[in-house]
Design a protein around this ligand. Structure first.
Ligand code: GAL
Length: 669
């Protein structure tokens, strides 16, 4: 792996830069203002295909040459896009089969972006050709720091259901089931509803059907959908690597609440460094907590190594129901939360707010109102702070626990015709994560196959689907003395989404010391009370302890007297199970207790709403550590910290005051 874009000095700081949207006389002003803001990296050309290949095979690189030269003169590095994210009108007009098809058979029209089918040979050929042209032309350009392939794969077109994709799906299935059709029939349970396949040619993508589709087919189509887009990335990456082996290649993921259609655990293996786009949900008062989950997940995808926040917003976006501007200081809090959790730089979408096009109401580093604005002032301030925090680059994050996250389990758990329609994987994960965040415990987000041995505590929210092998490793972890906290809808199926028999939670029944007979999901708005004073919603289940001890039982609701929280001694460890959705305070109480017993403690005890994360690295004179503090509250907080605050360059003699809504980065001494 080529690794990090080392040509960028310090923490990366900048934005998507789309100069083609503006007359050239604006570019000089852009440069002057970028320098004022301390920008050192911009992503260029993401949506430029139509202006780079103006007709089939006729390329016009002159404008891009000038942009790159100008940026270089200004000392700004470039994350150069392959420009393949939005095919030009000539392409879809001449080759309409490039356009992807929805599950109801409707073919998309041109006029937006991402209008390509992942299995279109024409799209593949033309996109790889463009990437090659760009690589050949700019291989030696001194501004080139990294390659940005395509953009947010799958964001708008998660799956394509066209005939070509059907053929590719069949080939993918043949490989998965070793050309054994009987194995596919067995895995998908096709004896049900007369779905038995007697020929590979009969297998189709899960298009619109009279009622529920086959769960195995749906799940495999999700896996195929992720893999088939990944092939597109790999095709472009390989041509770039062949021409510029020293320039790292990335593509921007969307790990967070908005998107879950790709299995980023497998994608992460293919990029030279991980980059992510994250946008907060304006109406969520706890949006910084979801942001932290996303950042921890991205660090997990990066294998603990530094990663790049490729996009977020300085202020409002344009695609939520109501797009409110951010609060003063929120831009810095958001940025530093990502840095706290391992990002070695944060960029925005985008540099200059567009005057035309679908995203003209999206914020930018330079707003419509110009540079005499709060946003631009905050941008300049944070840019200056980043310069003073450059020593963080390359350091890693200290975590006290692991949280298991699995995209495929999420796909399977959210399928239709399940016990409740109220289950959302991301919400289930966030429910536990929020409590960990509030308890000040930093987690490494890991896949179900991870080696868990070094964590005192492992949290497993709703791991609905799990292989025997992965299930065994949780068992071994606890037996060897680990502490594990699991929540409902775990262990229910094997990797084909077939229910495990003998009582839920199937794969984990022995580990948890419980057996569940039936599910009793709660109605909309229905709440139940537990014997420990907690309240809960969404879910209850008829659970019998089989070795486990009841920590709290239902007081009312459909299952009075039935345990809802249990604890099981397993080998020399402890396995906790939460068989309902606890209210946030009760979940926090439980997580505190579980963490205390496991010996997982926050790096600094901070008041509620204050985020403190430690990064560690090697300095010239030995190990070195930093605390990144983000105060999300409306009051000043004082923390027992000693060191040097880098942004202000001030001494922290033993207590650190962080103003309401403020941030601090302290090198500890
Ligand atoms: C991202 C995308 C950008 C821009 C941004 C707006 O999903 O990569 O191009 O559309 O959202 O929030």
């Amino acid at each position: 792996m080529t690794g990090w874009p080392k040509r960028v000095p310090g923490l990366c700081w900048g934005a998507d830069y789309n100069p083609e949207q503006w007359p050239e006389q604006v570019w000089a002003q852009d440069l002057a203002l970028m320098r004022e803001a301390g920008v050192n990296l911009v992503s260029v050309g993401i949506f430029s295909w139509a202006l780079l290949e103006v007709e089939e095979g006729r390329y016009e690189f002159g404008w891009l040459d000038r942009v790159l030269d100008l940026l270089h003169e200004g000392g700004i590095r470039v994350d150069l896009a392959t420009a393949t994210a939005s095919p030009p009108p000539w392409l879809t007009h001449r080759y309409p089969e490039v356009l992807p098809v929805r599950e109801d058979g409707v073919r998309f029209s041109h006029g937006s972006r991402q209008e390509y089918c992942p299995n279109s040979p024409v799209y593949r050929e033309k996109s790889v050709a463009l990437a090659e042209k760009l690589a050949l032309r700019y291989a030696e350009h001194p501004a080139l720091a990294a390659w940005h392939v395509n953009n947010e794969y799958g964001c708008h077109v998660r799956r394509c259901y066209c005939q070509r994709c059907a053929e590719a799906f069949r080939e993918w299935l043949k490989a998965r089931y070793s050309k054994d059709l009987a194995a596919l029939n067995e895995a998908w349970g096709t004896a049900f509803w007369s779905q038995h396949y007697s020929d590979w040619a009969l297998v189709q993508p899960p298009r619109v059907t009279p009622t529920y589709g086959n769960p195995g087919q749906l799940l495999d189509f999700d896996r195929f959908g992720s893999d088939t887009l990944l092939e597109l990335f790999v095709a472009e990456r390989d041509v770039l690597r062949a021409i510029t082996p020293d320039v790292p290649v990335t593509t921007n993921f969307m790990a967070g609440w908005t998107f879950g259609a790709l299995d980023y655990w497998s994608w992460a293996r293919e990029v030279d460094f991980v980059s992510n786009d994250h946008y907060t949900r304006a109406e969520d008062e706890q949006r910084h907590v979801e942001l932290a989950l996303s950042a921890d997940l991205v660090r997990g995808l990066a294998g603990g190594k530094p990663w790049l926040l490729m996009e977020h917003s300085t202020s409002a976006v344009n695609w939520q129901p109501r797009n409110r501007a951010k609060q003063p200081g929120e831009l810095a809090r958001n940025s530093l939360s990502h840095v706290a959790r391992g990002a070695d730089g944060t960029l925005f979408f985008q540099w200059r707010a567009s005057r035309a096009g679908a995203e003209r109401y999206h914020s930018a580093m330079l707003p419509h109102a110009g540079s005499d604005t709060r946003v631009f002032r905050e941008v300049c301030e944070l840019g200056a702070a980043y310069r003073r925090c450059a020593e963080l680059v390359g350091s890693t994050v200290d975590a006290q626990a692991a949280l298991v996250f699995d995209f495929q389990a999420g796909w399977a758990a959210e399928q239709p015709a399940h016990p409740t329609q109220d289950f959302r994987y991301h919400e289930a994960v966030l429910g536990v994560y929020r409590a960990l965040w509030q308890a000040g415990i930093t987690v490494d987000v890991v896949p179900p196959s991870a080696d868990l041995g070094r964590y005192p505590l492992v949290v497993v929210p709703a791991l609905y689907l799990v292989s025997d092998e992965n299930a065994r490793s949780f068992d071994q972890y606890v037996a060897a003395g680990g502490h594990l906290l699991m929540t409902w809808f775990s262990g229910i199926t094997d990797e084909h989404a077939r229910v495990r028999l003998g009582g839920y939670p199937g794969a984990f029944a022995d580990l948890l010391g419980v057996r569940v007979e039936e599910f009793y999901p709660l109605g909309a708005g229905e709440r139940v009370r537990l014997s420990n004073g907690a309240t809960a919603d969404t879910w209850t289940e008829l659970l019998h302890p089989e070795g486990a001890e009841a920590v709290a039982s239902h007081v009312d609701g459909p299952l009075p007297g039935v345990p809802a929280i249990t604890r099981n001694e397993h080998g020399s460890g402890l396995a906790w199970y939460v068989a309902t959705t606890l209210d946030p305070d009760s979940m926090l109480g439980l997580v505190r207790e579980v963490a205390e017993r496991a010996g997982a403690r926050p790096v600094v005890r901070a008041p509620a709403g204050v985020e403190v994360v430690r990064r560690t690295g090697e300095g010239p004179r030995g190990p070195i550590s930093w605390l990144v503090v983000v105060n999300h509250t409306g009051a000043e907080v004082v923390l027992p910290v000693r060191g040097i605050e880098l942004a202000a360059g001030s001494d922290v003699p033993g207590c650190l005051a962080v103003p309401a809504g403020g941030t601090a980065v302290v090198r500890e001494v």
